[in-house]
Design a protein around this ligand. Structure first.
Ligand code: BES
Ligand code: MN
Ligand code: MN
Length: 454
């Protein structure tokens, strides 16, 4: 019945998703503010069509949060669905094979910014609910909370969660905003990394100088910034900021073996991103490096003259954006401070340094001994005919740790994306197989959770 309903409505589901994908809801860039608002309005209408109650577009200091719920019976378990309707900037546009906000199907995949992260994945929940409403027997209450600031730090949502604990009371949170290993090997994410995101500004002389008349006698802030950055890691890939690893938990050998049991194809990993050799912290496998170890990476570096031709200049300024992915008990605030203190300490007298912190977030680990996890496990097993593998993902969803802290709730990270979906990159995609199979799996999760609890 469920499969049939999804199959009979598959074209319409896709058409609807395309409407959402056409909206340019880039949250990081104020130029798109109206579009972000339009996406929120669009969701409001969808929730109304689903006959949900208390459908609201909640204004915040930033972008709106969309809330909707259906409380059928207070004695039923309540499922809170979280997702985000905002997307990353589509730049660089010229690298897209088709325009990012004109969704296109090619090779059985939907190509568009947000196809996977997270419009396509979030929308599966609305369609799963619709499906059960039409052909199922709903024995659970549902609440939807879809935000528009995930890609820029979830500041407004944090405040909203702290102030609306009663409104958000639930028995489980379900999020589809992560990935599976591949379409033959379903997995459930049980860990996400945290994040500290820093910006560094180095100033040398008070103006750009002639690199001949001054060069060699005045420190160059770009040279110096490169030196500082390269001193932050040793040649074994270990981060050299003092006390950086204080709160990193080392897993015992058994747990490490378990983590490394997850199917992983090294040659595919390399060929997908066209690298000849992998790189990382010595003593750890690629799966461990991504899921269980912290990182330090330059995200962008600029300064001086970068236009056509050569300009002989000794620049006044150098900048870099640097992110650190965090694990186990590392705290974003603490790591940001260690980073900032260390850089100020090692910056020589010949330059001035300014370090600022952007948004951050805490890492999380999901408890697998819960009804929610079991419901997700069984959903995969029944629908995919294969037991899902627990995995540690490298990305971050900072709000998950906050949900645990403020609402006391575990989030089930049941995502259906693939690494090859190229989220945040040009030509982001989402497989039609994953979209439809995901909807079916989510209906199974809802049902399993409802019957588990009662
Ligand atoms: N959905 C991603 C996070 C993700 C992707 C987790 C793949 C696991 C697998 C999310 O939208 C995201 O991009 N998060 C940001 C953090 C945020 C603070 C900007 C990230 O991980 O960079
Ligand atoms: Mn996302
Ligand atoms: Mn994202």
């Amino acid at each position: 019945m469920i499969k049939e309903y999804i199959n009979n409505n598959k074209e319409r589901f896709l058409d609807e998703l395309f409407e959402l994908l056409k909206i340019e809801s880039v949250s990081a860039d104020s130029k798109f503010k109206e579009e972000v608002d339009k996406a929120a309005n669009w969701l409001v209408e969808e929730f109304k069509k689903l006959k949900l109650d208390n459908v609201e577009k909640i204004k915040t200091k930033g972008h709106p949060i969309v809330f909707a719920e259906k409380i059928l019976d207070k004695s039923y378990p309540t499922i809170l669905v979280y997702g985000h309707y905002d997307v990353q900037p589509a730049d660089p546009y010229e690298l897209w094979d088709s325009p990012p906000f004109e969704p296109t199907i090619k090779n059985n995949k939907i190509y568009a910014r947000g196809a996977c992260d997270d419009k396509g994945q979030m929308y599966m929940h609305l369609k799963a609910y619709e499906t059960l409403n039409k052909v199922g027997d709903i024995k659970f209450n549902i609440k939807f909370m879809i935000e528009g600031e995930e890609e820029c730090g979830s500041d407004s949502l944090e405040e909203f969660v702290v102030q609306n604990k009663e409104k958000l009371s639930a028995d489980v949170i379900i999020i589809s905003d992560t990935s599976i290993i591949d379409n033959e090997n379903p997995s459930i994410t049980i860990g996400l990394r945290g994040l500290s995101y820093m910006e560094v500004e180095l100033t040398g002389p008070n103006r750009d100088l002639h690199s001949g008349t001054y060069g060699g006698a005045v420190n160059n802030p770009i040279n110096e910034l490169c030196k500082i950055i390269s001193s932050l890691k040793d040649d074994k890939g270990k981060i050299l900021i003092p006390r950086f690893y204080d709160d990193v938990k080392n897993f015992d050998d058994n747990t490490r073996d378990d983590i490394n049991k997850a199917p992983f194809n090294l040659s595919e990993f390399k060929s997908h991103i066209d690298i000849n050799e992998i790189y990382g912290e010595q003593g750890y496998t690629t799966v461990e490096r991504i899921g269980t170890r912290p990182t330090l990476d330059v995200n962008g570096i600029w300064g001086g003259y970068i236009n056509e031709g050569a300009k002989t200049v000794l620049p006044s300024k150098a900048y870099a954006k640097i992110s650190m992915r965090l694990v186990s008990n590392q705290s974003s605030k603490k790591i940001s401070k260690l980073f900032s203190d260390h850089l100020k300490k090692i910056c020589p007298e010949s330059c001035k340094i300014k370090v600022t912190e952007h948004h951050g977030g805490e890492p999380c680990v999901v408890n697998t001994n819960t009804l929610g996890y079991k419901a997700a496990f069984k959903a995969f097993k029944d629908i995919w005919k294969k037991e899902p593998v627990p995995t540690f993902d490298g990305g971050s969803i900072p709000i998950v740790a906050l949900f645990k802290k403020e609402l006391g709730l575990d989030s089930i990270l049941m995502g259906f994306g693939l690494d090859e979906d190229a989220i945040h990159s040009p030509n982001e995609s989402y497989g039609l197989f994953n979209f439809y199979k995901g909807i079916e799996t989510i209906t199974a999760f809802y049902n399993n959770f409802a019957s588990n609890e009662k």
